[in-house]
Design a protein around this ligand. Structure first.
Ligand code: NAP
Ligand code: FE
Length: 367
């Protein structure tokens, strides 16, 4: 066995009404919270009301920033960071999909460093942070258990991770918030969770433990395939997707993600393709970068009940709606951009990927 480490310091609570059941843990973070949400869903799915009742029950006051859009940009987190400073909050609570959860992490850094420029997020890994609490309302990103926060930088026409490894102090995972999640967001985010599990399993940094965990996550995901294809979800499906997503977060926290994430960011920035769907569109071609007989790829496919990479491609077609068209110029541009930040390419375990390999993934997936 290869030596390895494992680190996942987030205290997590699971299950229906877990915010109310464990509200006492909130008091330890201080007297005033900034709640960070998207524009609508946290109100519609009940998560915002649950957390405000919990805060009031333990004697905390709160202010709300409810302007986080999809793929949050630097301008948004800077505005919320200002509000956090003006209001002198003690901690930050993110409620939503990955967008508000990631934004909450970045905001907690800006809030803890009054007067610092916003590029502190990308150049000072040791910057102070406020405590963060996360409440996922999609089952996809796993941000509630990862140290990552991905922010859109218009100046760079892509997304970058903040450099502070920022795990939430506490996360509450209640599947009931997903009852009102649309079919599209459910499937797109489910594919994000699946791609975390696959990209972690097939990663240079994978360990025996992360791989065993990824297999458990994939087995939950496999059980949801009929529901994802039919686009009808029972409470049990929601629970299983939430578990697959949380385990996906725990394993990418150990290994990072890999090629579909690295190449998918440009599809999101340039074409507005939702993050999880972008990963799914690239998945078959990614798996085909490996040798046909690769044992790890076979293991991943086997966990999902798939016999071949072609079946993976078909599954992605069945669960995702992909209307976009691409030109050869688009793909050449994404390839050039992907090669500018080679870190993700280095997570591929078999050989050094070059321009031809990257372009081939885009061509097979998108033309
Ligand atoms: P999202 O952008 O957070 O949300 C997508 C849409 O779903 C929004 O319109 C949102 O509405 C809505 N929504 C969220 N929860 C809902 C609910 N329970 N009911 C109804 N509608 C709901 O999507 P996401 O895929 O979860 O997050 C994507 C972001 O996460 C990207 O920026 C990606 O880079 C990042 N990410 C982070 C990590 C990590 O480890 N930190 C990993 C993967 C991806 P509202 O806007 O009204 O809330
Ligand atoms: Fe992701």
């Amino acid at each position: 066995m290869k030596n390895f480490g494992y680190y996942m310091p987030v205290r997590t609570f699971y299950g229906t009404d877990c915010v109310k059941a464990h509200q006492d843990v909130l008091a330890q973070f201080g007297k005033k919270a900034l709640i960070v949400t998207g524009r609508h869903s946290a109100k519609a799915n009940g998560a915002q009301a649950d957390i405000t009742s919990a805060l009031e029950a333990v004697g905390c006051s709160w202010v709300l920033f409810d302007q986080v859009g999809e793929n949050p940009d630097l301008e948004t987190v800077v505005a919320a960071g200002k509000l956090a400073q003006e209001e002198q909050v003690d901690f930050v609570i993110g409620i939503g999909g990955g967008s508000p959860m990631d934004a909450a992490k970045a905001i907690s850094v800006l809030a803890a460093n009054p007067g610092a420029p916003s590029d502190i997020l990308f150049n000072d890994p040791k910057a102070k942070t406020l405590p963060v609490v996360e409440i996922p309302t999609t089952a996809g990103t796993g941000s509630e258990v990862t140290q990552y926060a991905i922010i859109t930088l218009h100046e760079k026409r892509t997304k970058n991770g903040i450099v502070q490894p920022l795990f939430a102090s506490v996360s509450f995972l209640d599947p009931k918030y997903m009852d009102v999640l649309s079919e599209k967001v459910t499937n797109n985010t489910a594919v994000d969770a699946m791609s975390h599990l696959v990209e972690s399993y097939l990663n240079t940094a994978a360990s025996q433990l992360s791989k065993e965990m990824a297999k458990i996550g994939l087995s939950y995901w496999k059980e949801c395939i009929p529901a994802l294809k039919a686009r009808t979800y029972t409470a049990e499906t929601r629970e299983k997707l939430m578990m697959a997503s949380a385990i996906g977060g725990m394993v990418i926290a150990q290994t990072s993600t890999s090629i579909p994430h690295g190449l998918g960011y440009f599809l999101t920035y340039e074409k507005g393709i939702p993050h999880g769907r972008a990963n799914g569109m690239l998945m078959q071609a990614y798996l085909e970068l490996f040798d046909k007989e690769d044992e790890n790829v076979k293991a991943v496919l086997d966990c999902l009940g798939l016999a071949s990479t072609e079946e993976m491609g078909q599954l992605m077609k069945d669960v995702l709606d992909c209307p976009e068209t691409f030109t050869a110029e688009d793909l050449a541009y994404y390839t050039k951009r992907a090669l500018e930040t080679p870190q993700k390419l280095l997570t591929f375990p078999c050989y050094k990927l070059d321009e031809k390999d990257v372009l081939s993934v885009y061509e097979k997936s998108l033309l």
